[in-house]
Design a protein around this ligand. Sequence first.
Ligand code: ADP
Ligand code: MG
Length: 729
Amino acid sequence: MSKMRFFALQELVNRVPLEVNPPSDKISDYYGSHVFDRKKMQEYLPRDAFKAVMDAIEKGVPINRSMADLIANGMKNWAKSLHVTHYTHWFQPLTDGTAEKHDGFIEFGDNTEVIERFSGKLLIQQEPDASSFPNGGIRNTFEARGYTAWDVSSPAFVVDSTLCIPTIFISYTGDALDYKTPLLKALAAVDKAATEVCQLFDKNITRVYPQLGWEQEYFLIDSALYTARPDLCLTGRTLMGHSSAKDQQLEDHYFGSIPARVTAFMKELEIECHKLGIPVKTRHNEVAPNQFELAPIFENVNLANDHNQLVMDLMKRIAQKHKFAVLFHEKPYSGVNGSGKHNNWSLITDTGVNLFAPGKNPKGNMLFLTFIVNVLMMVYKNQDLLRASIVSAGNSHRLGANEAPPSILSIFLGKHLAGMLDELIKQVGSARMTPEEKTTLKLGIGRIPEILLNNTDRNRTSPFAFTGNRFEFRAVGSSANCAASMIALNAAMAHQLNDFKKSVDNLMAQGIGRDEAIFRILKETIIVSEPVRFEGDGYSDKWKEEAQQRGLTNISHVPEALMKYNDAQAREVLIGEGIFNENELKSRIEVELEKFTMKLQIESRVLGDLAINHIVPTAVNYQNRLIQNVLGLKEIFTQEEYEALSKDRKELIKEISRRVSAIKTQVKEMTEARKVANHLDCHTSKAYSYEEKVRPYLDSIRNHIDHLEMEIDDEIWPLPKYRELLFSK
Ligand code: ADP
Ligand code: MG
């Protein structure tokens, strides 16, 4: 056994769970203790400063400089009570993850004595040298100025000894370089559009807040095994490995202490989340060995997304402490279910009405129906945009692989709600409705809550499912920043609601009554969007055929799917609703294409290296032993006996030769394909070339390696095997 593999396995024997103790028995004693929330603001800020923050959050009123100084000072004083020494502007560049640059509070005072200061200027805006964050050509390195600016809608928090201030990140020209800036714009757009539609029904509604409840899936792996797998360390997934036969005895022997360690990790994670005001509830996921899920109670989208980013970061750090590595990759192990991040999404009004939950009376139900029907149309018209928002190199291994929704966007409503819509189509005729017809219709609509109460349908194969009071966007990848999908979804919804409102206004301008105008447009919308409704098995091949007949798109080619960010409908939504300007949209597409290219480039290099420097020498080594064996047989047996005894070994020698040659040839060809792709100077053709010309080699080389793993003596195999990586809980 290679030293690396041997020591990794050896390490596991001595692992012990860490002891984890919550600060108090009652969660409420420490929940939010590390967040500068309203309660603490009231305590630490002068009355005017507190009001300034509230006005900024609720009404978007800018904070002036002297107020900012007061706020910064209060924030610093609170932070010092938690022994904080540094502060950072915390932001979300277009890479996966968050960025921060820590500065100390330390400054020289007037008499050059050392003091601790945090001014309003430093709170509100910073200028990190951020030339190395992806920006798709918006900012050249010689003009490496990017600004971070405080997002007042997300509270400051303390991690370790650092005060973290959530910020947006923009270039010196004002173009967004992050996820948060366009997300805030998309949320504002849907707030405005949804409020206008709500006002057709209820004038008391003045704000609509989009909600997000994410479900984060992930794998844990012991850090020693992780380190012994260069492919995992460098690419986040195993590029080789024959599927495990599940040797339970061996697992017990090596991994007996695992479950307690996982529990300790989860316990500590939960405590840290609660201190940061992240309302998580942990639970195990039984789908794959060592795969788990963490889900909080839903929150406003911007905050929920900050919390998801923060949790991913916490998980990595806490895992390290417990001698685990956490894998967020969508498909760390081939043949084993991958990880996603369901985005549960709803719209809730400032009057407390969930627009995706049936109301208590006919009026409330019309509001509900209106929003449901607009979601149908939104998904129907924006299949390509929604897909573009969730595709990535990692997620492409998962989508459509019989474990996750396919690359076809469809909506599952459940048969009762679907039946209700079909009923509505029948009841709204083309002629003016009589008062009786309207009453019947409204009575029918009034029955929705009972109908949905009986609705026990749960379709697990739909990429976009109605689950009683929310929609669940299930195609999002586990490593993704939810902002990408939330930008697309909320912007598209804003656009759709604006279209709907215009159509209703048009009819009303022609003298048609409000209710009838709404019924007519709803009917039209239900009919047009019908192809996107699908209640059957989303994983089946039959659905792929049917979807094609219905004219739905199905794109598994990653760069092609990404390029849909730039087609007419996506532009109408993203540029039309003011989420991106031309420059920003162009750069966003470039960044995504580049990320894809870079990931494949790294995977291809790592695989080439492992194949040539680890696998081929091991195979040749074993082959030599076989050759020695055959020669030995020849020496001690008669020719006849020798022929019979050596046959299988000779076959194996040939087989190994064949595979070694194939690996060497293909690695060479793959390197050539990479060179060709790298010389293309346009991001798009480079990404296409990686998808079409480089990627296929990853699978075919792996295939040969995985066969060799089965054939070669386990003792000399250099890398930890799947059965070792996928130990039982
Ligand atoms: P599942 O049955 O899909 O595994 P859970 O019951 O654990 O899901 O809920 C998944 C997520 O949906 C949780 O984060 C939960 O808070 C969230 N959720 C519940 N209601 C809503 C809602 N109205 N809007 C957004 N998210 C919601
Ligand atoms: Mg779910």
